[in-house]
Design a binder for this molecule. Structure first.
Ligand SMILES: Nc1ncnc2c1ncn2[C@@H]1O[C@H](COP(=O)(O)OP(=O)(O)O)[C@@H](O)[C@H]1O
Ligand SMILES: O=P(O)(O)O[C@H]1O[C@H](CO)[C@@H](O[C@H]2O[C@H](CO)[C@@H](O)[C@H](O)[C@H]2O)[C@H](O)[C@H]1O
Length: 475
């Protein structure tokens, strides 16, 4: 269904220029050739007007749907200059920063309203507080999140894919088995795309006291780098366990929390043993990704033979390592996806890797992939402070020591939490060949991510690949 077609024409003409400047737009690697409106719904009629719009963005042979909240008002609203999509005669603007308009979304979720094809709902049994106003969060994101009065956070998914969104499905499944490591899902907004339902928004409990794991871990690394040597031995560098900001206790608790989430996901959604065919498909996928990234990033080429050999070792592993299982997992776990609250660690954003296809994100996977993602993140946290600096051997040594200590603590916490528990989950260190392959596969993904997004950081995953492939297995 299409409401207000005259505005859509104006919008479609302006979007090819406006979209690439948005942080959440995932197609910055090539020009936008056309934007075609697929559906529009008037959520609030009058002046101001709030229009929910789904457009199809065409970039050569790639065609992807995105959602927009579009505002229109005769009185200029209080929004940032970057929000204006058109300015002539009275402009159309991206409305997620307009608190007068976004308040309507919460009201409609409370009422459980249907507007055109948009269905606003609260989760069963949830009573939401009315009248809260929203502010968008300013962190760099793939989607847009609005915080209502420090109580709720509404994530508006930007790039849409049909079917229920994995983030929402996994949050509901974890809530249903009583997981204590998630922000509770409280509501949703569902639309329609090509005649199929599509999740466009997810409302969750907002944790105002939360600090993300990346901020905590990098503070700990900074403390270590800044710590003076001991008066007894002025030549010696302090070790991570000797300085105030040691993170190992947190890393261990985080390992236990991730393990509990894996066990809960297996309980809620099931798990299955891996057969040899599945291991072959896993190896093929890793080799395919390696070839694709090496074709774009020449710096990876010298590492290709060692990476291939590490991936090939995964074939036939089943006999060696006992049972390897597949289940629903987080899919893109790193220190920026975990929040420390007074009550413990929470995992957020269960969507999976932003660049993966819907089928890849929904497929059952080995939980060791999440472990590998987090181990990579400890490596990142340790080395991120050295980005752009001349190598200082003492700093590099301390960074490695910090990473090793926290990786080990994370695995320790994970292993202790699953001991004697869910079948198929065990001490990650006992599956070192698979874990090493997953870590290297993640590092190849990061090479591609950094090449496209933060070229200054490319050296971080490349140096890790060199270390892991040179040094054999390590924790
Ligand atoms: N429930 C929550 N409570 C507090 N902060 C949150 C919550 N959920 C997300 N955040 C904050 O919002 C940021 C983006 O959330 P995320 O789900 O990762 O969005 P995206 O999919 O856009 O990357 C997080 O890094 C975190 O700082
Ligand atoms: O959080 P997103 O889903 O947007 O994840 C993407 O961006 C991440 C960076 O913001 C990227 O993570 C990489 O950098 C992190 C430090 O900034 C580090 O902790 C991670 O280990 C490293 O992978 C992630 O890969 C990408 O998918």
């Amino acid at each position: 269904m299409t409401d207000r077609p005259e505005l859509l024409e104006e919008l479609a003409a302006a979007l090819p220029r406006w979209l690439p400047s948005q942080r959440w737009f995932a197609g910055k690697d090539r020009p936008v050739t056309a934007v075609r409106p697929l559906a529009s719904t008037v959520v609030l009629d009058g002046d101001p007007l709030l229009l929910h719009v789904v457009v199809e963005v065409v970039q050569d042979d790639r065609v992807e749907p995105y959602q927009l909240l579009v505002g229109h008002c005769s009185q200029p609203p209080d929004v940032s200059a970057a929000s204006w999509i058109t300015t002539d005669p009275v402009g159309l603007y991206e409305a997620s920063g307009d608190a007068d308009l976004t308040a309507v979304l919460l009201t409609k979720m409370i009422e459980g309203e249907q507007v055109g094809t948009l269905r606003f709902a609260h989760e069963p049994g949830v009573e939401l507080e009315p009248g809260l106003r929203a502010r968008p969060i300013t962190s760099e994101q793939s989607n847009t999140s609005l915080v209502y009065g420090s109580r709720y956070i509404l994530k508006l998914f930007r790039k849409l894919s049909t079917g229920e969104n994995k983030d929402l499905v996994l949050h509901r499944a974890l809530r249903d088995v009583g997981s204590t490591h998630i922000a509770q899902p409280l509501g949703s907004i569902t639309g329609e795309l090509a005649g199929e339902p599509v999740t466009v928004g997810m409302l969750q409990q907002f944790l105002p006291d939360a600090v993300d794991g990346w901020a905590m871990a990098t503070t700990s690394v900074r403390d270590l780098m800044a710590a003076p040597s001991t008066p007894e031995d002025p030549g010696a560098q302090p070790h991570p366990d000797e300085v105030g900001g040691d993170f190992a206790g947190e890393a261990e608790r985080l390992g236990a929390s991730v393990a509990e989430v894996h066990a809960d996901l297996a309980r809620a959604l099931g798990s299955e043993p891996v057969d040899a065919g599945e291991l072959d498909r896993t190896v093929k996928a890793m080799l395919d990704r390696l070839d694709a990234v090496a074709a774009r990033v020449p710096d990876l080429i010298p590492h290709v033979p060692a990476l291939r050999s590490a991936f090939e070792q995964v074939r036939g592993l089943r006999e060696e390592t006992g049972i390897i299982t597949m289940q629903s997992i987080h899919g893109d776990l790193h220190l920026g996806q975990v929040l420390r609250t007074v009550g413990g660690w929470l995992l957020i954003d269960f969507e999976g890797e932003p660049a993966a296809s819907v089928d890849e994100r929904r497929a059952l996977r080995s939980p060791l992939r999440d472990v590998a993602g987090m181990l990579r993140s400890f490596d990142y946290a340790a080395h991120s402070l050295l980005v752009g600096q001349d190598a200082d051997e003492a700093h590099v040594e301390r960074a490695l020591e910090w990473a090793t200590r926290n990786r080990e603590a994370f695995c320790e916490g994970y292993a202790a939490a699953v001991a004697g528990g869910t079948a198929g989950l065990g001490d990650p260190r006992e599956q070192s060949t698979l874990l090493r392959a997953f870590e290297l596969d993640k590092a190849v993904y990061e090479v591609s991510y950094e090449h496209a997004n933060r070229p200054d950081w490319l050296g971080v995953p490349l140096a890790s690949i060199a270390r892991i492939t040179d040094g054999g297995d390590r924790t």
